[in-house]
Design a binder for this molecule. Structure first.
Ligand code: SF4
Length: 493
């Protein structure tokens, strides 16, 4: 069994600790294993997996994989000058991350709308986490955890605090104090705020990453496990994800999606696709039992493995990686096996433009090709339809190398017009145009189109033909350049 499968099974099926081993759960901490160097926090309890004499065993038989059990963090045994234990101010989250839950207990926790998998409410109720903690206390815990336990990044979590957006102030104050005292990168985890400008405020305060977790794309499951999140509606999340990526960059925003709750697989993968396309890491995570919720059965590792493979492929296609997240849940990766499924990043990434800054870059590239290089049009090639179109970009080694756009034509007839295909001269001959065309077909499919149509420069006709496009009618001139009308039947109806 390879290490990815071992980690997957541990996270789904859990781990039976060694007899007599002190359980970190009792202090609100999780047991952290390093499996082949990768941090894993399995749920503890009855399981075919066990630790025996420091060796990982399945059904009592040792499994050949390097495993290490991390000792309890040293910082948590210390206190601050007021006598507050640092272990009640923050806790270790995975191998090298510190989790601090800041601000008052969430508005939703005492209500029927509470989230089933909330880590804050139960910890507060059990007296394992201080409700009143100052930014200075959080910063002190971070500094000691960095010094004593090698903590390298921080996850700050806040519940909903009235008046609207009250939690933003706590997150900002704590992030600033941590950065000033330790320089550690910080992720903030919160519900999408009522005002998206608060996301910009967090970014401006130095927050490196954001976690805006929906938990499930299956409405029935979401309504069951997180009624408050369900009540916000998907649009609010989409708006917050887009705004967060705009301020922090692709791959610095994540969204935990739980698997193993009887959710619809197709909806789950479609949702992960939406996230990846937006530049948000779909942090697929197996559900586990908690005080509020006993799973009927452990998540099926085979089911999770299939999801991991598909989500890892999506992340690769959209140029995302857990390894490039600066802080928090995605960087820690201790509660998901997704990192073990990750694939080598591709040199060429083709995807829809995510924001106006990327669209502006596309327009600059087009100007360079159509106006300055080819002189097909004078002045500008923009025609007033650019703000309504879906624009695709191709990035080679992180640099924008080519673009195209898709516009609806014959409204309601399932026809999309592909146009403005442009590749920078120095990037030609590397498959950029054909990848753009392949992605255009994929995007048209996802949007339910039946057919693509385009006016193709004669020089590009062989390329289009190789990809299944057929010529329609005779060539014609556009501003003196010969073009050929071509179509691609998508065959979906
Ligand atoms: S919104 Fe966050 S803090 Fe509030 S109940 Fe849900 S998980 Fe807990």
């Amino acid at each position: 069994m390879d290490h990815a499968q071992i980690i997957n099974q541990l996270l789904c099926l859990g781990l039976r600790p060694e007899p007599g081993q002190a359980l970190p759960q009792d202090q609100g901490d999780d047991l952290v294993l390093l499996v082949q160097g990768r941090a894993v926090c399995p749920p503890l309890g009855d399981s075919p997996w066990s630790l025996e004499a420091g060796r990982l065993c399945r059904d009592g038989k040792p499994v050949e994989v390097p495993v290490e059990v991390l000792p309890a963090p040293a910082f948590s045994a210390e206190s601050d000058p007021s006598g507050a234990p640092l272990g009640r101010i923050a806790r270790r989250y995975g191998a090298d991350c510190l989790l601090a839950m800041v601000g008052p207990t969430c508005l939703f926790w005492p209500s029927p709308n509470r989230c089933t998998f909330c880590p804050m409410g139960p910890a507060r109720d059990a007296g394992q986490d201080l409700e009143e903690k100052t930014p200075e206390q959080v910063a002190r815990a971070a500094a000691r955890a960095k010094e004593l336990d090698g903590v390298a990044h921080v996850l700050l979590m806040a519940g909903v605090v009235p008046p609207a957006g009250g939690e933003i102030k706590h997150l900002i104050d704590c992030a600033k104090a941590i950065k000033e005292n330790t320089g550690l990168p910080v992720q903030a985890s919160l519900l999408p705020p009522a005002f998206t400008k608060d996301l910009k405020r967090l970014a401006q305060a130095g927050v490196d990453c954001l976690e805006l977790s929906l938990m499930s794309f299956d409405p029935a499951v979401l309504g069951r496990i997180a009624p408050a999140k369900s009540g916000l509606g998907l649009d609010r999340y989409v708006e917050a994800w887009a705004e967060s990526v705009r301020h922090l960059g692709a791959g610095q925003v994540s969204c935990t999606i739980l698997a193993g709750l009887g959710e619809d697989r197709v909806q789950t993968l479609e949702g992960c696709h939406l996230l990846a396309e937006m530049g948000v890491i779909p942090l697929l995570t197996p559900a586990r039992s908690c005080e509020q919720f006993e799973l009927e059965a452990a998540p099926d590792p085979e089911y999770l493995a299939g999801l991991y493979a598909e989500v890892a492929a999506l992340m690769r296609a959209y140029g995302l990686s857990l390894g490039t997240a600066k802080a928090g849940a995605a960087r820690s990766g201790a509660y998901t096996a997704l990192g073990a499924w990750e694939l080598e990043p591709p040199g060429l990434v083709v995807r829809p433009m995510r924001n106006t800054e990327e669209l502006d870059a596309a327009l600059v590239l087009r100007h360079q090709v159509f106006v300055r290089e080819q002189g097909i049009v004078l002045g500008t090639d923009q025609d007033g339809q650019d703000r309504m179109a879906l624009h695709l970009g191709a990035w080679l080694g992180g640099e924008l190398a080519g673009v195209l756009r898709l516009l609806p034509e014959e409204q309601g007839q399932g026809l999309l017009r592909l146009g403005r295909l442009a590749v920078l001269p120095e990037q030609r001959g590397q498959g950029v145009a054909s990848e753009l065309l392949a992605q255009a077909k994929e995007q048209a499919h996802r949007r339910g189109a039946d057919k693509l149509t385009a006016s193709v420069q004669t020089a590009n006709v062989p390329l289009f033909a190789r990809l299944g496009w057929t010529e329609q009618g005779k060539p014609f001139a556009v501003h003196g350049w010969e073009h050929q009308e071509m179509t691609l039947e998508l065959g979906y109806s």
